[in-house]
Design a protein around this ligand. Structure first.
Ligand code: PEP
Ligand code: MN
Length: 266
């Protein structure tokens, strides 16, 4: 292990303990320029601890942009080199885990459409055996805490000892203020059952629109969440996925300033 690799591992360990832990970046990596500019603008705010971007996108319907694929991984690695921010990507298959590890990704996350499927979670967990990386696990798209718990257990049994939970809301049929109903009581019950696991809020996928992000973030702070994973884009309206819910890095910084933090966090 080189000195800079050792330093990066220490950075990730320190980042994992940061409160609030703020993870941000685009829904999808689109181009190298977009990833690098986003990372640099996020780093400049001084308020973000980790860079996210979807490389493989599990879209509900075929025909939407399904992610840039493996070629986006070197862009993330370059963004990390430029900014010092650890990087995280979503993985849904063993091959994606293998590819992500090949590119020195610091943290992996399991998406809501994967958590829902025990076969997929098991495949990812098996690919993680012997790997020492933190893994964040989103709630399943349906309001089932047992599925969420099962995913945590499968990943833990694979030997991963740093697991975090992401609350991204639950699918509901019909019109609602939210894209995914927060069902705060379920999330809080999961938090109560797993007090030792970092509990992160994903306001972007709960809201589906940027005008109500701040309200959801404030609620999460009031409920003592450990941080956020929130989407940001250099030109949100032109994003290739989830355009309506993304904000610029600068707007994210403003929102983080507008939140009334609990005393312990400020
Ligand atoms: C995402 O984070 O861009 C994503 C696809 O989220 P989710 O799994 O919550 O739908
Ligand atoms: Mn998204």
């Amino acid at each position: 292990m080189t000195v800079s690799e050792t330093t990066m591992k220490e950075t990730v360990q320190a980042t994992w303990k940061k409160r609030p832990l703020i993870i941000s970046g685009p829904c999808s990596a689109e181009t190298e320029e977009q990833v690098l500019e986003t990372a640099q603008r996020l780093a400049k705010t001084g308020k973000v601890n980790m860079l996210r971007a979807g490389i493989w996108k599990p879209r509900t319907r075929p025909g939407s942009f399904e992610g840039i694929g493996t070629k986006g991984l070197p862009w993330m690695q370059q963004a990390k080199k430029l900014t010092g921010l650890p990087i995280t990507v979503e993985v849904a298959t063993a091959k994606q885990v293998e590819d992500a590890l090949h590119f020195d990704v610091d943290v992996l996350w399991i998406g809501a459409r994967t958590t829902v499927n025990p076969f997929s979670v098991q495949e990812v967990a098996d690919a993680l055996k012997g790997v020492k990386l933190p893994v964040l696990i989103k709630n399943p798209i349906n309001p089932d805490l047992e599925l969420w718990t099962g995913a945590v257990e499968r990943v833990a049994k694979a030997g991963i000892d740093q697991i975090g939970l992401i609350h991204r809301g639950f699918s509901a049929y019909g019109n609602s203020e939210y894209r995914n109903a927060p069902m705060w009581h379920l999330a809080i019950e999961m938090k109560r059952r797993n007090p030792e696991l970092p509990f992160i809020n994903d306001p972007s996928h709960i809201c589906g629109r940027r005008d109500i992000l701040l309200d959801v973030m404030q609620k999460a702070v009031n409920l003592d969440y450990d941080g956020f994973i929130i989407e940001s884009h250099i030109d949100p309206d032109k994003a290739w996925s989830d355009a309506k819910q993304q904000v610029t890095p600068e707007r994210l910084a403003e929102m983080l300033d507008e939140i009334v933090w609990r005393k312990e966090d400020s």
